[in-house]
Design a binder for this molecule. Structure first.
Ligand code: OGA
Ligand code: MN
Length: 285
């Protein structure tokens, strides 16, 4: 092994120590990182802040970088900016700014791009400016959520599919998309139970984009998904990442959910840059 590993949570996630993401990672280092990613679902790297080229080069280790949803602050580019800083003026945005409202959706447990047919393999988030307190990102493992279900519940979940839609999750925070944005944000049906083709680990696939269960009355399906989400996000299952400038966290969008937490956005700056890796069709059971 080239790197050292420190657990972040008893059920998932590791800090990778000894990898310098500002340099080219050689083939054996890259293979070790990919293996750790498939095994642990969340990887933390600490170091100096990466520039965009360095982040893109590291991201490509995981696959093809996806073009962002145009409603994002950085527009339809290879980056998705999570920030309370207005790029044009370099000042803090007011809480009622449309971009601040859009980002409220990040406060719900979600898997990035689960509303796309291919989903997303993983996201890579780098911290450029972090507030002195608050603004943690929280993670839960959907493998742990699956493992903790009773055999009876597992049986009920297998074979079901859920509809994921960005317009649905954004409606939960009262954000109204423009008709053009609605058209650009397709919905996608995904199996409720996924299996990792590298290691055979199963997980639930749920989150705030999931609106209902295919073939079930809408209310019943929504209640079922809400119950599963409540169990999956029970406090003892959460890893809360307290960011330092320069941190890079990679998470597996196929097997973890994440959410943003509040900070004093009217007083402190926060700037995070995300790259998102295109998913590949995940085999249904
Ligand atoms: C994201 C996201 C949460 C945060 O970048 O996809 O949900 O804490 N971020 O910024
Ligand atoms: Mn996200």
């Amino acid at each position: 092994m080239m790197f050292e590993y420190r657990p972040l949570h008893p059920r998932f996630g590791v800090e990778v120590i000894g990898a310098d993401l500002s340099q080219t990672i050689d083939d054996s280092g890259g293979a070790e990182i990919l293996e750790a990613f498939e095994t642990h679902s969340v990887l933390l790297f600490r170091g100096p802040v990466l520039d965009d080229e360095q982040q893109l080069a590291f991201s490509r280790l995981f696959g093809e970088v996806q073009v962002s949803f145009s409603g994002n602050q950085s527009g339809a580019t290879l980056f998705s900016r999570q920030s309370n800083i207005d790029t044009a003026t370099d000042t803090l945005m007011a809480p009622d700014h449309r971009q601040m409202k859009y980002q409220e959706g990040n406060r719900l447990w979600h898997s990035d791009s689960s509303y796309r047919p291919a989903g997303s393999k993983c996201s890579i988030l780098s911290a450029h400016e972090t507030p002195p307190s608050g603004g943690d990102t929280e993670f839960v493992s959907l493998r742990a959520a699956w493992d903790d279900l009773s055999e009876e519940m597992k049986g009920r979940c297998e074979g079901l599919s859920a509809m994921h839609a960005l317009s649905y999750s954004r409606s939960l925070t009262g954000f109204k998309m423009t008709p053009e944005q609605e058209a650009e944000a397709p919905s996608a049906m995904h199996p409720l139970v996924w299996v990792n083709s590298n290691n055979g680990r199963k997980n639930l696939f749920i989150g705030s984009h999931a609106s209902h269960v295919e073939g079930w009355p809408e209310g019943e399906g929504r209640q079922f998904l809400t119950d599963l989400l409540d169990r999956a996000t029970e406090p003892s299952l959460i890893y809360a990442h307290a960011w330092r400038d320069g941190d890079v966290v990679v998470w597996d969008n196929r097997s973890v959910l994440h959410r943003a937490t509040p900070f004093d956005a009217t007083r402190h700056r926060r700037l995070m840059q995300r790259t998102t890796i295109v998913g590949d069709a995940v085999p249904a059971l």
